[in-house]
Write a protein that binds this ligand. Structure first.
Ligand code: PMP
Length: 458
């Protein structure tokens, strides 16, 4: 009897220890700690260990965790009406969020289509661009030009236009056709003796060359992230680059789609990143920071020129998902926007971003393996190099980015290192995208922990 009990106890405790997770893991061998709590900029796992949320997940948690205003808005909406399908109803929060986004958005963006995340927003953008040309008598326009080393999502359309060749590779036979030009990547692309402005014009002009090569009448859209996130580590374009891109798109009647899924919603210190480039797109996508992690929500904004063409043509956009315009997600979006704009958190992001950049330069400006420290607002990247002088990257086989991530995690910092070989370009970088509520002390904490991680990993 006693023996049997022991056996049972034993079994129970072993099975608890070795409990198999049935959540489909990102990597089959990953063993992740279980997050149980989060307050402000910190996440806490079941063992009680605290992590500074240095990348806001993947640039999602712009308000940090436990924001009482956002939580209250979600609860209030759940108490009224959580969801009603948009084929029957619109809702106050969705209408209000659309109005506020339009008021704040650059240029002529004045229609909003709500979805549940970034990839969905990109799918909607691609389909809207295509439908626009079908309805305006240019059905031959179907080609999309994007940039190498870019990420636009993992659904088939978004994946097809992403510049990340290894992500596309296994799915190639089922992807739409797209072509890619060089990104605007001053650190590696600008030649000796070339001004950064001239460099920007040179790489922007690759778009014109590509449009002419494909035949302007066949090109539907050019897609770019104003500040490149996951694949390059917070790389903004140089002055004048996007103005030239806008000119080229206008000249050839190509729609400009800007993907602000990661860099939008205040992340770069202005509500939309493209404001700092002095241009506005025809279609813009946002997600991540719009729900700040409290609800999954994304949006596609477009000009009335596009909307009206469809409204006066077939009369409806041939698209839709069950959760478009989700009332609770929209209520959260409104509360997030209030925190960002009315409570001044976008401005705080700009200020703290400069402080973070200064602290990173101070600590790593002479580091033998930090080649570049860049970004805007609280969207910062460090490029890791084997040799600062030659900018030689580390051998991708070293998997340095994974080592930095693990060492940072050990030190209590969740950050977003990426690298290896992306589109034939070797390199490792660390992306930082902390919550906008971070304090001066926390800037120091992040830099201290990152230093521990780099010293351990390299
Ligand atoms: N575009 C960009 C620029 C992104 O960074 C991401 C996500 N990392 C996406 C699109 C896709 O967003 P989601 O993961 O929400 O589908």
């Amino acid at each position: 009897m006693f023996g049997l009990l022991l056996l049972r106890e034993d079994f129970a405790s072993t099975s608890r220890k070795t409990k198999v997770s049935h959540v489909f893991p990102r990597h089959s061998k990953s063993k992740l700690p279980t997050v149980v709590d989060g307050q402000g900029c910190c996440l806490i796992d079941r063992s009680g260990k605290s992590y500074f949320d240095g990348s806001g997940g993947a640039a999602v948690s712009c308000l940090g965790h436990g924001d009482q205003e956002v939580i209250a808005a979600a609860k209030a909406q759940l108490d009224r009406i959580a969801f009603a399908h948009t084929s029957f109803f619109t809702s106050d929060p969705a209408e209000q969020l659309a109005d506020r986004l339009i008021d704040l958005a650059p240029g002529e963006l004045d229609r909003v289509y709500f979805v549940s995340g970034g990839s969905e927003a990109m799918e909607a953008a691609l389909k809207l661009a295509r439908q626009f040309f079908v309805e305006t008598g240019q059905p031959q326009r179907s080609r999309v030009i994007a940039r190498r080393q870019s990420y636009h999502g993992n659904t088939l359309g978004a994946l097809a236009i992403g510049g990340n060749a290894w992500r596309r590779e296994p799915f190639k036979p089922i992807l739409i056709d797209s072509t890619h030009i060089a990104p605007c990547y001053e650190y590696r692309g600008c030649e000796d003796g070339e001004s950064s402005f001239d460099y920007g014009q040179r790489v922007a002009n690759e778009l014109e060359t590509e449009i002419l090569r494909l035949g302007p009448e066949t090109v539907m859209a050019f897609v770019a992230e104003p500040v490149v996130g996951a694949t390059m580590g917070a790389v903004p374009a140089v002055e004048g680059y996007f103005r030239r891109i806008r000119e080229i798109c206008d000249q050839y009647g190509v729609l400009l789609i800007l993907d602000e899924v990661m860099c939008g919603m205040g992340r770069t210190g202005t509500l939309f990143a493209c404001e700092q480039d002095g241009i506005a797109p025809d279609i813009m996508t946002i997600a991540k920071g719009l729900g700040a992690g409290y609800q999954p929500i994304g949006a596609m904004l477009c000009t009335s020129a596009i909307y009206d063409a469809i409204a006066s043509g077939s009369g409806f956009f041939q698209h839709g998902h069950t959760y478009i315009g989700h009332a609770t997600a929209a209520a959260v979006g409104n509360a997030v926007l209030s925190r960002l704009v009315d409570d001044g958190l976008v401005s705080a992001c700009a200020v703290m971003g400069e402080k973070l950049q200064a602290a990173l330069e101070d600590r790593f400006g002479q580091h033998p393996h930090v080649g570049d420290i860049r970004g805007r607002g609280l969207f910062r990247g460090l490029e890791l190099v084997a040799d600062r002088e030659t900018k030689a990257p580390f051998d991708p086989a070293l998997r340095l980015n994974a080592k930095v991530k693990a060492a940072a995690f050990d030190a209590g910092l969740a950050c977003y290192p990426m690298g290896g070989t992306i589109d034939g370009v070797k390199g490792d970088h660390v992306l930082l995208a902390p919550p906008f509520i971070m304090t001066d002390e926390q800037v120091t904490e992040v830099v201290d922990k990152l230093e521990i991680a780099l010293n351990k990993a390299i």
